[in-house]
Design a binder for this molecule. Structure first.
Ligand code: M6R
Length: 592
């Protein structure tokens, strides 16, 4: 979703630097981009529709400036046009800003400003913020104007603001990520919506918290909390991400790099501080109600968790997608426990669910990949996923690690954390053997056979039912093939009507108590002409094509999703879709 990058310091090539920073944020997804910088006492703006492309072709790269802001836009309010791209000017072009998130009350604010004589050049909510700030600057300082505008702004957002006649940058956030990079040279700062954008320059960061404003001026920083109405002292955190892990290396795409990394990531996920796991397990045990919350793929990991808690620890745990959680708020109180699952730790719907739960007094646990993310910072307990940066829009390595952690917790609730660990260690070593070039080649052949199909289906039972749903997401988002997942037992209640000659159906057949039933469901599909791709430790007569997965007992959801991730990737490549940046999607969904 939208990306922000800004530079403030002594480097004179800030326009170039900002464009390069925006390029590093490309994985978040965007449809237009733009920069603004100080030039000859004025503000210069350059905006374009589409991708940044080859940076060397951009004229503005050569302009000299020490302050610049940039933005990659994923359209929400107003179509994909140059006018709607950020940065946005205020009425008199005194103020220019970039913005992530949604200004929920923009129509109301716009009407008031129009009454005062303001005219708007774009259809965006963002432009309203620029006008609002400028309106205040007529009677107040730059800093106070941003503060007063924030008091009127509703919704989740992050902004970086520049003023024509001030050598300063102001950054502020409420609910949308914004991080400050502290440069190596004194007085040099970067502001970005994600760390990889400035990792090349610094690994020292300051996380801006909700409702905080940061002013960069005269080579120093000033932080202010708009709720407590006090200055705040912020801590500089040194992060240990390396640049290499933020790059593709020898792989053609991040998605295949990240699928392959599952050889190691599971081992890292299992390697948790046993005390944290035991403490969280205790909380789960003593809570009156436990809710798993997540969105998209993280939501599917939660659904697997529900089955695992029920099967392994005899514990009833509820699940809601972040966007649906509000409907259950009447059941959330001081004795409830919320377990939020997320790769980015910044998903707006999940964050909002956490806020609702917190408001009702519940305790919060988060299982997040991005340490120090908003979710991590608002949780009572954090279990790090440790999968390393995940850049492809399609989540892969974070998912299997999230499921592993939920399994560890389920075993810990049963007082058998070591059994869970052993099971997962075995699964990790089997995945290491499974992911080899021959295996990939085998999956490529299936992809070649089905690359022109219009629809395909995935079936599973028990904890492999959510994996059928997750398989569908993977196939949809990167291959653009219509894919749907079903519980095997549900087929005869409707979906069977969709099967005709050669409809591909992936059957997830684990070696568990559901095996006989899911094989029966597969036979029902075959009888209607379906082309069966079996994902299973053993070949079955009913399979037209067999993808072998190791027999890892209860960890089957973890190994079963991996060949489908590979199949989705291979299909994307064969169908000439960029698997890392699927159309209409963004890596971090920071708007509701
Ligand atoms: O960062 P999160 O895990 O909270 O993201 C949640 C979903 O947006 C995410 O899983 C999405 O569904 C992925 N694109 C799926 O691959």
């Amino acid at each position: 979703m939208c990306g922000i990058f800004a530079y403030f310091g002594e480097k004179t090539h800030s326009p170039k630097l900002v464009i390069e920073g925006l390029k590093k944020l490309e994985y978040r997804g965007y449809d237009s981009w733009g920069i603004a910088y100080k030039k000859d006492g004025d503000i210069a703006i350059h905006k374009e529709i589409g991708k940044i492309g080859d940076v060397h072709n951009i004229e503005e790269l050569k302009d000299e400036s020490k302050i610049a802001i940039g933005h990659s836009r994923w359209a929400t309010h107003g179509g994909v046009t140059q006018k709607n791209a950020h940065p946005h000017f205020s009425e008199n072009k005194e103020i220019v800003l970039v913005h992530n998130g949604i200004l929920e009350n923009y129509l109301e604010l716009k009407k008031n400003l129009e009454k005062k004589g303001h005219t708007f050049r774009s259809q965006t909510d963002t432009e309203v913020i620029a006008h609002l700030i400028e309106d205040y600057t007529r009677t107040h300082s730059f800093f106070d104007s941003v503060k007063m505008a924030m008091a009127e702004m509703e919704g989740r957002y992050a902004i970086v603001v520049m003023k024509k006649d001030e050598d300063a940058l102001i950054a502020a956030r409420r609910g949308s990520p914004l991080i400050l990079g502290v440069g190596k040279k004194h007085g040099e700062y970067f502001v970005a919506s994600d760390i990889p954008a400035f990792l090349k320059y610094t690994n020292k960061v300051i996380y801006l918290d909700d409702n905080q404003i940061c002013t960069l001026k005269n080579g120093s920083t000033h932080f202010f909390d708009t709720i407590k109405k006090t200055d705040v002292q912020k801590r500089i955190i040194e992060i240990d991400w390396d640049i290499e892990s933020a790059e593709k290396g020898e792989f053609p795409h991040f998605m295949i790099k990240e699928i392959t990394e599952q050889k190691d990531t599971l081992t890292r996920a299992i390697n948790q501080d046993p005390e944290t796991i035991k403490q969280v397990a205790k909380k789960i045990e003593s809570a009156e109600s436990v809710f798993l919350v997540g969105c998209g793929t993280a939501g599917k990991a939660c659904m697997v968790g529900q089955y695992l808690f029920s099967k392994i620890s005899n514990k009833q745990v509820s699940f809601a997608f972040g966007s649906e959680f509000e409907n259950y708020k009447n059941f959330i109180n001081k004795k409830s426990l919320i377990i939020a699952v997320s790769q980015s730790g910044e998903t707006a719907d999940t964050l909002e669910a956490m806020e609702i739960a917190k408001g009702n007094g519940a305790k919060i646990v988060s299982i997040v990949n991005v340490e120090n993310s908003s979710m991590a910072r608002m949780s009572d307990f954090v279990i790090p996923v440790k999968a390393g940066q995940e850049k492809a829009v399609a989540s892969t390595k974070a998912t299997t690690s999230q499921i592993a952690i939920l399994m560890l917790l389920a075993y810990a609730c049963d007082g058998e954390i070591n059994i869970g660990k052993q099971l997962l260690v075995n699964a990790a070593s089997q995945i290491n053997d499974m992911l080899n070039p021959r295996y990939e080649e085998h999956i490529s052949k299936i992809a070649e056979k089905i690359k022109h199909v219009e629809s395909m289906y995935i079936i599973g039972r028990g904890e492999n039912y959510p994996i059928a749903l997750e398989s569908a997401i993977k196939l949809q988002e990167v291959s653009y093939i219509h894919a749907e997942g079903f519980a095997g037992g549900e087929l005869k209640h409707g979906p069977l009507a969709l099967i005709s000659k050669d409809t591909p159906v992936i059957a997830l057949v684990a070696n568990d108590e559901q095996k006989k039933n899911i094989i029966s469901n597969t036979i029902e599909v075959k009888a209607r002409g379906g082309f069966i791709i079996g994902v299973s430790p053993e070949n079955q007569e009913v399979f037209d094509y067999w993808i072998r997965v190791p027999d890892v007992g209860e960890a089957s959801p973890i190994v079963n999703i991996i060949p489908v991730q590979l199949l989705a990737y291979k299909l994307a490549v064969l169908r000439h879709v960029d698997p890392d940046k699927p159309r209409n999607l963004a890596k971090s969904v920071t708007v509701k």
